[in-house]
Design a protein around this ligand. Structure first.
Ligand code: FES
Length: 106
């Protein structure tokens, strides 16, 4: 499933292919995307996989679980469509999803 990451400075774009069923965070780490730290390995505990989902994609994602929602209140540079990349399962309907990486993580 194709995913597009825009760097925090807006200067570069990385397009990656994430295996079906992986999370967006797992795909980002596999491909070495800068700025997706993912300290907790996907447990929705660390908040260091924060991404700002482009608004046109936000409605296609499942609602955040309480643990994700709580972390999203304390991540740096939040926005209305902020999500944790480890809580985004990549499915075919997300083909081409675009997210912005914040300039800093927790
Ligand atoms: Fe830790 Fe997503 S990897 S919250």
């Amino acid at each position: 499933v194709r995913a597009i990451f825009h760097s925090a400075d807006g200067g570069s774009t990385d397009e990656i292919d994430v295996p079906d069923g992986w999370t967006l965070m797992e795909g980002a780490r596999q491909e070495g995307i800068q700025g997706i730290v993912a300290d907790c390995g996907g447990g929705a505990i660390c908040g260091t996989c924060h991404v700002r989902v482009r608004p046109e994609w936000a409605d296609r994602l499942p609602e955040p679980e309480p643990s994700e929602a709580a972390l999203l209140t304390i991540v740096p540079e939040p926005c209305e469509t902020s999500r944790l990349a480890c809580q985004i399962p990549m499915e075919p309907e997300l083909e081409g999803i675009e997210v912005d990486i914040p300039s800093t993580q927790l």
